[in-house]
Design a protein around this ligand. Structure first.
Ligand SMILES: NC(=O)c1ccc[n+]([C@@H]2O[C@H](COP(=O)([O-])OP(=O)(O)OC[C@H]3O[C@@H](n4cnc5c(N)ncnc54)[C@H](OP(=O)(O)O)[C@@H]3O)[C@@H](O)[C@H]2O)c1
Length: 333
């Protein structure tokens, strides 16, 4: 049986440890489709899982990687054939199921999405779960009547993958976007290149404490949770939407009902892992067409190999990286 390389996470007493290993298909969780992985990406969850800083996986040992693109090698499901160019994001890979940071992956047929026309395998993972999630936020906000006339969209955590892509995506969709970052001094030029109209320093921002502060933002994309998200609820203008995506700062939220009952603000939950399949396919079509990112070359800061994943995840979880990291497995075939 063919052997291949993978980043696997093991449980060691109460902690976890990851390493680059050689395994076979027999080591992988069940699934109908075997994919020769071309590219994967590093997302915040991957960084937590591989660095051991967060408990992402359910069951060990497990191959890390919550997304992948590649070519179908074999399929027990008639929907997929050898040679199909595909991608997978979420659907529990890299968590409950073995994931994409490996030269081969075996995944459920229901998780597989056909690579859209006009997108190559590397681009799919440059976008990856991060970009898919930012696009899901745009979809939900537009459906809930977010409009550029309501005022600027503030993006929190914009030097990360989701935030950076949100800047590009929302500005392309006609919104004025403002970047709220912990790296204002060093990364203003980068954020402006992605479409930020203004850059705000989160470290010196007065977040106030009243149930309602000055109504400033038309809407918000939040990757941090915690105090930052509380601030956003207090400062979004009437009928604006806040897409709650992440918890890079904290999983808590302290606010009152005032923004919801006195300003009609909506807090929209964004859950990319189990996103309905019809939305999933529609969003990837958008990302290959009318929502095609304009600054992907700027957003992808690193292209690495499997043996560099662990060190890069340590940096990512410390919050010191900027932009997206793509991981080359077999590359564009
Ligand atoms: N809901 C979903 O379906 C979904 C999908 C994907 C990701 N997420 C979540 O969204 C968040 C962002 O994901 P990502 O892949 O964009 O992550 P990332 O690339 O690692 O970026 C995280 C960004 O958050 C900011 N940050 C602030 N405090 C931080 C801290 N203590 N540690 C690390 N980063 C900190 C930094 O931006 P600044 O310095 O610019 O502030 C950093 O660049 C994560 O919480 C992730 O779990 C959720």
């Amino acid at each position: 049986m063919t052997s291949f390389k993978a980043i696997r996470v093991h449980q060691v007493e109460r902690a976890t440890n990851s390493q680059l290993e050689t395994i076979t298909l027999d080591d992988l969780s069940a699934g109908e489709v075997v994919v020769r992985v071309a590219w994967s990406g590093l997302n915040y969850k991957d960084a937590l899982a591989v660095s051991g800083k967060g408990r992402i996986m359910k069951g060990f040992p497990k191959v890390a990687g919550i997304d992948l693109s590649g070519i179908v090698e074999s399929s027990d499901d008639p929907a997929w054939r050898k040679g199909d160019r595909v991608l997978v994001t979420g659907c529990n890979i890299g968590e409950l199921l073995d994931g994409g940071l490996a030269e081969r992956a075996r995944v459920p047929a229901s998780a597989v999405v056909r690579l859209p026309e006009g997108m190559d395998l590397r681009e799919a993972m440059a976008i990856g779960t991060a970009g898919f999630t930012a696009a899901l936020a745009l979809k939900r906000m537009l459906e809930n009547h977010q409009h550029p006339d309501m005022g600027p969209i503030v993006v929190n955590g914009p030097t990360g993958g989701v935030g950076g892509i949100a800047l590009d995506l929302f500005s392309r969709a006609g919104f004025e976007v403002h970047a709220l970052t912990g790296k204002a001094a060093a990364q203003s030029d980068y954020l402006k290149k992605l479409g930020a109209h203004a850059v705000i320093d989160r470290l010196t921002l007065d977040v106030g404490s009243r149930p309602l502060e000055s109504a400033t933002w038309g809407g918000a994309v939040d990757n941090l949770g915690g105090e930052s998200l509380g601030y956003l609820t207090r400062t979004v203008r009437p009928w604006g939407n806040i897409a709650s995506i992440g918890l890079a700062q904290a999983h808590t939220l302290e606010t009152t009902v005032m923004p919801f009952i006195l300003r009609g603000v909506s807090l929209l939950g964004i859950h990319s892992v189990e996103c309905p399949r019809a939305w999933r396919e529609w969003i990837w079509q958008q990302l290959a067409g009318p929502w095609k990112l304009r600054h992907l070359d700027t957003l992808v800061s690193r292209e690495i190999l499997l043996d560099q994943v662990k060190a890069t995840c340590d940096e990512q979880v410390a919050g010191s990286l900027v932009g997206r990291t793509v991981v080359k497995l077999s590359g564009d075939l």
